[in-house]
Design a protein around this ligand. Sequence first.
Ligand SMILES: Cc1cc2nc3c(=O)[nH]c(=O)nc-3n(C[C@H](O)[C@H](O)[C@H](O)COP(=O)(O)OP(=O)(O)OC[C@H]3O[C@@H](n4cnc5c(N)ncnc54)[C@H](O)[C@@H]3O)c2cc1C
Length: 431
Amino acid sequence: MPTNPSRLTRRHLLGASAALGGVAVLGLPGCATSAAGGPSIGRVVVIGGGFGGTTAARYLKLWGGNVDVTLVERNATFISCPISNLVIGGYKQMADITRSYDGLKAMGIKVVQGDVSAIDAAGKKVRLAGGGELPYDRLVVSPGVDFMWEQVGGLQAAVDAGSVVHSWKAGPQTLTLRRQLEAMADGGVVAISIPKVPYRCPPGPYERACMVASYLKTAKPKSKVLVLDANPEVQSKKALFEKAFADHYKGILEYKPNAELKEVSGKLAKLEFEDVKADVLNVIPPQRAGDIARSAGLVNVNNRWVGVDWQTMESTVVPGIHVLGDATFPAPLMPKSGHMANQHAKVAAAAIVQLLKGQAVSATPVVVNTCYSFVTARDVIHVASVHQYDAADKTFKTVAGSGGVSAAANQIEGRYALSWAENIWDDMLSA
Ligand SMILES: Cc1cc2nc3c(=O)[nH]c(=O)nc-3n(C[C@H](O)[C@H](O)[C@H](O)COP(=O)(O)OP(=O)(O)OC[C@H]3O[C@@H](n4cnc5c(N)ncnc54)[C@H](O)[C@@H]3O)c2cc1C
């Protein structure tokens, strides 16, 4: 890997793309990579233009050729959660994490901006909130998460009123949190509440705590960050985050385990045994599969997540519907990450193309994940894993000896992290 450019060279990009590509590439040996006329082999509708949905739409076109692909996304542009913590810290701008859907349109994918209000699985069509229906032969659903507001008293009202932000879906809330930090007086208290696992991006809250503390350390050094974690300990890259807290943010950042948020009132966070008064209150709410997965009857695990057949990503309850990303009930040790949603999408795209052609799907999918976290504006740590499909147990299992974490935070990985983001956004969205 190169040692200095923050955007990698073409050679490294190709290497990184192969890494992002994972098994789905291997699952389609000899497959053509572009459309070439002829009758359509099928109609696929994709719900959700985030990490999973865009990748699925793009790879259905790349690998399927003449598949009719329609992507439905409620937002006009893609805004990335990865790197959004740097916007909150003041090190990146919203424009840096925002991309258009024009590349997908240029590939011949029909991009519809709208909200899917219902899925008619028997009639094989989806309904749009603005009116109209889209028929499909196979449906891909990658709606991300929605919040379990009912788990924390007063939370939805506080977020609606603007006294509390979640900033756990990148967009206007990302900027609101940044503005609140800028407006806070020196000496203020920022409280960040982390829900019990599972939630999207296990290391994300700790990265956020570091980014907020990093900003305060230079701009408002009398201030404090209180990390109220409902879990008994840091949930990802524990030793590395704890070292970062101690090395860089001693006296500014205080980490409290077993601090589950029960209720919110204004900017008061009520825990089981104490109340915390904050000037800026960032509550990451408990999460479940996105609303459309629930209303379509796809949620069948713990009343929260969607069970899938890992060889095809097809729902275990509704045939013909493939579910990706954060909405799924994960295989053992599989994180809810953008990288993993991208990998799910490739498994699904490869399988759907094979199924539309009446051919066998890959028997040996492999997926990979790397999550980088900034602990200062430049120093980064990573966690990586490789997951191989196990036909006997019908699930992905981590490959022994693969993956691991950084030896220590370092600046080279800071450049890799930014390159990872550029590469994966290209892998999802470029023409
Ligand atoms: C602060 C933060 C930092 C993160 N950092 C990283 C990181 O460094 N690396 C990493 O790999 N992951 C990271 N993640 C996790 C990553 O963002 C998610 O895992 C990823 O977005 C999941 O992809 P998805 O396709 O499941 O959902 P999403 O990317 O959330 O996409 C879902 C899309 O579906 C749309 N949608 C939902 N319902 C409908 C509907 N009914 N009609 C139309 N559209 C609909 C939504 O608008 C959304 O665009 C981070 C997350 C956060 C919050």
